[in-house]
Ligand binder design. Sequence first.
Ligand code: URA
Length: 427
Amino acid sequence: MNVVQLITKKRDGGPLAGTEIRRLIAAYTLGEVPEYQMSAWAMAVFLRGMNDEETAALTEAMLESGTRLRWPAELVVGDKHSTGGIGDKTSLILAPLLACCGVAVPMISGRGLGATGGTLDKLEALPGFRTDLSLAEIRRQTEQIGCTITGATIDLAPADRKLYALRDVTATVASIPLITASIMSKKLAEGLKALVLDVKCGSGAFMRSAAEARLLAESLVAVGRRMSVRTTALISDMNQPLGRMVGNGVEVDEALEVLRNGGPADLVELTLELGAEVLVSAELAPTRKDAVALERKHLASGAVYEKFAAMIRAQGGDLDAPRPRASEMIVVADQRGYIMRIDAEALGWTIIELGGGRRQLGDPIDHAVGLELMARLGDEVRAGDPLARVWGRTHTDREAAAAAIREAVQIGEIGSTGPPLVLERIA
Ligand code: URA
């Protein structure tokens, strides 16, 4: 294989053959292709794109770089993946919810990326919770309890681990074929029968417009189907945080509210809709309406909370240990009007500035900081009404967060609730 020829072919817009892509990824995983050549190749893909066959071949090659989980034939294995949003704690609820409905969920999750928080960082607000389970532990726990949420092991799609780190520092992350192969290789390694993708769109998402989100959703669904996984996607609005809480410990607390059959309506609705997609794909419910009814029944019975508690215990976490919050400050509106726009990404960066996310690889996470957004798009407020609550370590931190929130939440003369929560379904 001549890597220079492969880079040249892609640079000039030509499609690469499946065998060329497979050889390149295999050699890169073994350390036989230097990072500078792989960066050039990634940039060529970023600029020239890939057709569906190439994207599928890249996904397959990355999947084959590692192990694929295998399950007993009778187990219905399913999962959800989100492209990342602000305040998105649906995974914490959905894994035990689906497990109660008969789906085994071996959820491989990530850490914060850019302004968005990560499921693993949130769950680590529970003292002792382990996110480094081995493949044998993932298998055992998923078969015995029904759900697991943990980080990727080194055996699952190692090519993605390498390529993602390279893309992160070569401005090649935001490419639909590269994102598709990255997400789908990890999800397919879980050995799934059914998968739903939550493609976020708006001020707090990777994809700002519905058109971009649709392209990504279609690409993800096409690859999933090609690889025999029943895959659907929802495009969901991310022009304001999902739920009220943003941060690590506070998001766990809000997820617990939903697990106890309460919690904010938008968070509940999206979680149930995503779950319904998996249940229908897995043929555990005839229609999405039936699936939602089944999910509501399990939530109301307390079974989903019990399942979550069992998963946390199995992974060493302590649900009863106190989860301290930093000192609190209320942020008030400085004028009357309607909430016209929320810069959700800026709220994500505010959490990072408070210490709840990483500025650099390896930074520690402060689980006690966070914010609660007390007004939503379209709400009417008067000067002095509470906009948000901030938990920060120092007065200076809280003041800086308050200023950032006032800037992120625009008050004006026109009230609009923004787009619907679920914009589109791609199947
Ligand atoms: N999440 C991933 O896992 N990979 C990407 O490329 C982007 C988001």
